[in-house]
Design a protein around this ligand. Structure first.
Ligand SMILES: NC(=O)c1ccc[n+]([C@@H]2O[C@H](COP(=O)([O-])OP(=O)(O)OC[C@H]3O[C@@H](n4cnc5c(N)ncnc54)[C@H](OP(=O)(O)O)[C@@H]3O)[C@@H](O)[C@H]2O)c1
Ligand SMILES: *[C@@H]1O[C@H](CO)[C@@H](O)[C@H](O)[C@H]1NC(C)=O
Ligand SMILES: *[C@@H]1O[C@H](CO)[C@@H](O)[C@H](O)[C@H]1NC(C)=O
Length: 372
């Protein structure tokens, strides 16, 4: 044994096991894996670890075994529950992430309740046309108490036997991103109304059903809800409120067996980037509410630049929504879902810089990032 510890074979084994462990973790991090895969992934490093233990002797073997064991436990947490006949409610399924999620979950066999802002709109029509019979459309403006109540009664009627497994609070609005001082009060109120109060009202209404199933609550917050970003005061503040509530809920609801996750995506191409017409309208509202001296201080050129900046935003956004969709799937089905998911380019890194570096460095980093 001791002779082997200094032999090339022992070190080769250790190297292979370590590389393997890193590769497995990397793969697991990228995509939620299926149960069978987890078994294979964890058995292989474990047996490699044992081989190393034999080759390296007690000390080295122990370390290798511990590492492989930890990665197996970690992977076990990534195992997904079966879809079965689980039912999930999604708000804001007209367009974007909610729309894609409704199709994705329907495809996987979930019983989907797709809440839409407009039941006769093109988004709802498309879901009706392309999805299975399991999917039900619900007229659901999350700022309207009557509609929430009606949606609740419809869901209750359909899930009497099976219960409701998950609620995804996805509906949200961006408003017009501009300097905090320039944004009209109405913009702050609108963002809070939909992004925060709407999500609270929906969660409160459906919690009794989730309690019965010991299910999952998923809140779509945003990268801008976890870190300060220039021009996102109204949107970011409403999303920060949502994230904080999610955190408190996660602590409070664990006693009922309900797991709460919050998603902080970075930029993805969806309806939220708006259209030229919408920005025209919002810009007009902003300008009308601006006192003359503020307008002078900022200057016409800067104010007009706000809109052209917005028209460029989609270029920096990812057209592939799958990182967000797999994060939500993991939040819904993993045995041990994470409290926070950060899908998308830069979402995790910027959060880390905000959390672990001095604020002056974070501000400097964001300035540089937004200028490039
Ligand atoms: N895309 C991103 O880069 C990104 C990044 C971070 C976070 N998010 C968050 O992800 C979520 C989904 O956004 P998205 O990007 O998919 O944008 P989206 O395409 O605009 O989708 C949002 C959906 O919510 C609906 N909605 C708006 N107000 C509503 C209300 N009062 N009641 C019910 N539904 C309402 C919208 O309907 P209409 O289309 O009819 O208005 C739309 O279908 C949002 O919460 C957003 O803040 C997105
Ligand atoms: C709320 O929804 C109900 C039922 O769809 C509708 O009659 C009512 O006008 C809505 N209220 C508001 C304020 O939009
Ligand atoms: C989501 O946030 C709402 C309000 O923020 C809260 O009531 C709800 O319990 C949270 N659930 C989740 C999904 O966090």
């Amino acid at each position: 044994m001791d002779a082997l510890a200094s032999s090339p074979l022992g070190w080769l084994c250790a190297g292979v096991a370590a590389l393997f462990g890193v590769a497995v973790l990397w793969v697991a991090k990228r995509s939620p894996v299926e149960k069978v895969e987890v078994l294979v992934w964890s058995l292989l490093p474990a047996s490699l670890g044992l081989l190393c233990a034999a080759a390296l002797g007690a000390g080295g073997g122990l370390v290798v075994c511990a590492i492989t064991l930890l990665s197996s436990v970690y992977l076990g947490g990534r195992a997904l529950l079966p879809v079965g006949d689980r039912a999930v409610l999604i708000t804001g399924s007209d367009t974007g992430i909610g729309h894609a999620l409704a199709k994705y979950l329907d495809d996987l066999g979930f019983v989907v309740f797709a809440g839409v802002l407009n039941k006769d709109g093109p988004g709802a029509e498309e879901l009706r046309r392309t999805c299975s019979q399991r999917l039900s459309l619900l007229q659901l403006d999350i700022t309207n108490a009557t509609q929430i109540k009606e949606a609740y009664l419809k869901v209750l009627e359909k899930v009497q036997n099976t219960g409701l497994w998950g609620v995804v609070n996805n509906a949200g609005i961006l408003g017009f991103p501009a300097d905090s001082e320039l944004l009209p009060m109405s913009m702050y109120r609108q963002c809070m109304e939909v992004n925060f109060f709407g999500a609270v009202a929906v969660s409160k209404a459906f919690l009794p059903l989730l309690r019965k199933s010991q299910g999952r609550l998923v809140n779509m917050s945003s990268m801008a809800g976890g870190i300060p970003l220039p021009r996102y005061a109204a949107y970011g503040a409403s999303k920060a409120a949502l994230s904080m509530f999610s955190g408190v809920m996660r602590q409070e609801l664990s006693k009922w067996g309900i797991k709460v996750a919050v998603i902080h995506p970075s930029g993805f191409q969806t309806g939220i980037q708006g259209t030229s017409d919408l920005w025209d309208k919002q810009e007009k509202e902003l300008m009308e509410n601006l006192p003359a001296d503020t307008r002078e201080d900022y200057g016409e050129e800067y104010l007009l630049g706000l809109k052209s900046y917005l028209l460029h935003v989609p270029m920096y956004c990812d057209a592939d929504l799958s990182p967000v969709l797999s994060a939500i799937l993991h939040a819904l089905l993993a045995k041990r879902p994470h409290g926070l998911y950060t899908p998308g380019k830069g979402a995790y890194m910027t959060l880390c810089i905000f959390c672990y570096f001095p604020l002056w460095f974070y501000d400097f980093f964001i300035r540089k990032m937004l200028m490039s």
